[in-house]
Design a binder for this molecule. Structure first.
Ligand SMILES: Cc1cc2nc3c(=O)[nH]c(=O)nc-3n(C[C@H](O)[C@H](O)[C@H](O)COP(=O)(O)OP(=O)(O)OC[C@H]3O[C@@H](n4cnc5c(N)ncnc54)[C@H](O)[C@@H]3O)c2cc1C
Length: 457
């Protein structure tokens, strides 16, 4: 048996079940059981874990922050390498760089950066781990201006399929770095450190939010969609179709966060304040000075830990009337008062030579089903995944951060990028040691079980 600095837990070991369940933040846990879980305490552990698995033909899966909605790291059989104990950060303020281990949460990174007058576009939710977030592309606070977070990865330390630890840069390992920037669970190495470029902190952050009655939904959504190309990229505008406490019927809320710099000040909120329907708002907050911590707290309130979640999403830049038409089943069919539809106007980013991140458009349309009782699994999952199928005529792929390829297969990369990723995988991981995207046969959701019952397969 290999000697590890951390804990090696074969199935049946005392702490195994706690580690398996703890690897998934979502309260809806997959019914999948790795043969063993290695809670790595060092780079050496990761190397030894990879060698141990390779010698026994055990496929390897990975967990960093555990925020994959579908519990991607928890697979049947094989070895799960749990990186949750690797959470150090070092900041090099004069050089505007930070080195971050995979389990670090965005809030902690930004607290350390703030002390140096710096910032990073970490995920909206405070507890998302940087590991999966960065590799999946990473749409964080102010990513419209700073780019998906993966564009700010300058180098990584990674353990390859033969157990070697490399310091990879665009010069030394261009293929690996290209794949790292956006392949999500399709990546073929274990990253133990990310070397990031970081940015000057904002002069101030201002937040506005307007809540509109149900009957104004389509008008409000259409206006945001048509307006986003003309607003500052430092203004992050999105909408949410949901139930609001104290309001009987569903509402539509526009939220906007203005990340002000010396070049771009509060004036970037002017177009929103001139929206023709603003006087119909049931509630409004306007230009509230905010901190990143305030924004994290709002996001955390939207998706608190302890609930069951089913999340999915598609990108689109079809004409908005078509988007609204195709999305009607999702928009009209919220399964309960806690679930919501996020209308995220992220605008799309040009593809880059050094990144596989490639499937994005003006809008990311994302149903978020939220519930508590396992008896409601099928209803909630059907809404999040099956209702979204009606979007197919206007959709342009999904985002790996939220994708559930097991219950609604969809592409997260353009065909050219997907083909290159498979070539690179073959050269970096010829034996197929690392798990890739979750397949329909692996899904243990109520929706998957229901489909199997219906089709007899
Ligand atoms: C409440 C909540 C809010 C979210 N908000 C956002 C958001 O604002 N923006 C956004 O872009 N996404 C968001 N996400 C999605 C999130 O970014 C992805 O689920 C991401 O994969 C989570 O990273 P993790 O390390 O916590 O996940 P994990 O479950 O630990 O990892 C998921 C998968 O990523 C890969 N991976 C992780 N770490 C490594 C590594 N070190 N080396 C190689 N592969 C690795 C593995 O395939 C792994 O199974 C959110 C998720 C949740 C639950």
């Amino acid at each position: 048996m290999t000697d590890f600095d951390g804990a090696f837990l074969p199935r049946g070991a005392h702490d195994y079940e706690e580690a398996r369940l703890g690897a998934v933040w979502n309260e809806r846990k997959p019914d999948r059981h790795p043969d063993a879980i290695l809670i790595a305490a060092s780079d050496r552990d990761v190397q030894e874990g990879v060698r141990h698995a390779a010698a026994r033909d055990m496929p390897v899966s990975i967990r960093s922050g555990g925020h994959s909605w579908i519990g991607n790291g928890v697979r049947d059989g094989g070895l799960l390498i749990d990186l949750s104990a690797l959470d150090e950060v070092t900041v090099d303020a004069p050089d505007r760089r930070a080195t971050v281990r995979p389990a670090v949460q965005g809030t902690r990174l930004n607290a350390l950066l703030a002390a140096e007058g710096l910032v990073f576009p970490s995920g909206h939710c405070p507890s998302v781990g940087v590991g999966g977030f960065l590799i999946g592309g990473g749409y964080g606070w102010n990513s419209r201006a700073l780019g998906p977070a993966c564009f700010s990865v300058e180098a990584v330390d990674a353990v390859l399929a033969d157990g070697t630890l490399v310091h990879a840069t665009d010069e030394t390992h261009p293929g690996l770095m290209w794949a790292l920037r956006g392949s999500g669970p399709g990546f073929f190495a274990v990253v133990t450190r990310f070397h990031l470029r970081v940015y000057p902190a904002y002069d101030q952050i201002l937040r506005s939010a307007y809540t509109f009655p149900r009957e104004m939904r389509d008008e409000v959504l259409a206006w945001t969609y048509d307006t986003v190309p003309d607003i500052s990229t430092s203004l992050e505008m999105s909408a949410k179709v949901a139930f609001t406490p104290g309001v009987e019927r569903q509402t539509t809320m526009i939220t906007a966060a203005a990340f002000c710099t010396p070049d771009e000040g509060p004036g970037m909120l002017d177009p929103l304040e001139k929206a023709p329907f603003l006087h119909h708002a049931l509630r409004r907050v306007e230009r509230v000075p905010s901190t990143l911590d305030d924004l994290y707290a709002l996001s955390d309130g939207l998706t608190p830990k302890g609930n069951r979640y089913a999340v999915d999403g598609v990108w689109t830049d079809a004409p908005v009337a078509q988007v609204l038409d195709a999305g009607r089943e999702v928009l009209d069919g919220l399964p309960n008062r806690e679930s919501f539809l996020l209308w995220m106007l992220w605008g799309g980013q040009p593809t880059r030579e050094d990144a596989c991140w490639s499937t994005q458009s003006r809008l990311y349309f994302s149903p978020n089903a939220v519930w508590h009782d396992p008896a409601d699994d099928l209803r909630a999952e059907s809404w999040a995944h099956d209702s979204l199928r009606a979007m197919a005529p206007v959709a342009h792929g999904t985002q790996f951060a939220d994708a559930n390829p097991a219950d609604r297969p969809d592409h997260g990369l353009q065909p050219e990028q997907a083909a290159r990723l498979e070539q690179l995988r073959h050269s970096y991981d010829p034996q197929g040691l690392f798990r890739t995207y979750l397949s329909p046969a692996e899904s243990t959701t109520a929706l998957a079980l229901h489909r199997r019952r219906m089709t007899g397969r």
